[in-house]
Each structure stands twice: as C-alpha cells, then as structure tokens.
Write a protein that binds this ligand. Sequence first.
Ligand code: ADP
Ligand code: ADP
Length: 214
Amino acid sequence: NSMIEIKNVNKMYQNLTALENVNLNINQGEFIALVGMSGGGKSTLLRLIAGLEKPTSGEITVGKDNSRSVMRMMFQEDRLLPWMNVLDNLSFGSKDKNTKAHAKELLDLVELGDYANHFPNQLSGGQKQRIALARALMTNPKVLLLDEPLGALDALTRRKMQDLILDVCQKQHLTTILVTHDVDEAARMADRIVVMKESTNYYEEDCPKNRNAG
Ligand code: ADP
Ligand code: ADP
C-alpha cells in the first residue's frame, strides 16, 4: 500500500546538486515530516513529488496511475484571492453545482463555518491558513504536500494548527508530507521523520575557506 515511491532521484541545477540519490517509500495514510538545514533540498523534493519539476535522473511514482491530480499543496503564504470572500475563494474554478455545499462542509471541518462571507483581510494569519487548508481539500486530494505552512504563525496558533491539520488528515485519510524547520513540530506530527542533509557538493562549493584555498 505504498502511495509515493521515490527511486534514485537526483536533481541538479546547473552544477549544483540539490538532491543526491534520494530513495523513499511513503505508504498510504502516512504522515511524513521532511526536516533539515536550509538548502537541504526539502522544497525541491516536494516540487518534484508534485510534478512541478522533473528529476534530473531517477523516478517518482504516485499512486497506481502516477497522476498528480490526487495531490494538493499548501504554502507558507495563504495565496487566497483578496477580492473574493472565503466561499468564493474555495469555489473558484469549479462549475459543479455542489461546489458551494462542499466548500461549506470543509469550512466546518476547519472550524470556520461562520466565515463564508468574510474576506481574507478580515481574517487572522491562523484563520487564513485554515482557509488555505480547506481550499487544498476542495478537490478531495489523496496526498497533501505542506511546504512550511505554519512558518509565519505565532507559537500558540501554530500549536492549534498542528492539531487541526493532524485531525483533518486523519479524517480525510490523507497521505501527508510536511516540510518544516521545526523539529518539535515534526516530532509532534509525523509518523516518520526524514532528515535531508545538505549535499556534500553544495557544501564544498559554498564554503568560503575552500574557495580561498585554491
Ligand atoms: P530547502 O527547502 O531544504 O531549504 P531547497 O530545496 O530550497 O532546500 O534548495 C536546495 C538547493 O537547491 C539549494 O542549494 C538551493 O539554492 C538550490 N535550488 C533550489 N531551487 C533552485 C532553482 N530553481 N534554481 C537553482 N537552484 C535552486
Ligand atoms: P494528471 O493530469 O493526470 O494529474 P499530470 O499532468 O500532473 O497528470 O502529469 C502527467 C504525467 O506526467 C503523469 O501521469 C506522470 O506520468 C508524469 N509525471 C509528472 N510529474 C512527474 C514526476 N515528478 N516524475 C515522474 N513522472 C511525472
């Protein structure tokens, strides 16, 4: 019951090695945290999994038919459209007549059932991220990719959001990958923590001592 298979994946940007021989299997329903230093390749791996970029070599398969339509991403910024209210933000892009009812269900799920008619600038940072989460769920994804979604929130709001995300992922049977700098957050949320080390090539290139030695 593996959902995402990452096999011998390398990613180069010109001569910079962002990912070196990454191998990882993620099971259906698993919650994975990707942690590690800045520049370790966490966001790159997430973009490759999402299909936004291709690996330089190696292979990433998602589900049985390798379609990326089962995935949705959530970012540190909420990316809500400021001129639309919450309900329209969630319904945007769909012509299905059941969309608004579905949006309302998801607003209840993220405990913002009374905020359908609010505009993004009337919401706190934590509330905006809950709306962003609801929006990510509109297409009933199987996989949720979270790129530091709580990075801009204060400690208390962050803690509450961690619980909400865990609850939602469980209820929706999601396979989740969370990129975070926060090791406590990873330990609190994840079934499994994957540490992304800075690539050796990159470190040597960027080390001022080495540069001057030559
Ligand atoms: P992390 O998310 O762990 O901070 P990233 O995946 O953002 O790491 O970056 C990994 C490495 O790849 C870094 O050295 C970064 O500068 C480089 N990198 C990431 N994206 C690009 C890009 N689009 N073009 C060139 N280099 C990139
Ligand atoms: P869909 O429209 O079914 O969601 P996409 O347009 O996202 O599919 O992708 C088209 C095809 O490209 C996928 O079915 C998959 O085979 C391939 N693909 C996309 N991203 C990747 C990736 N990161 N690694 C390997 N194959 C990929």
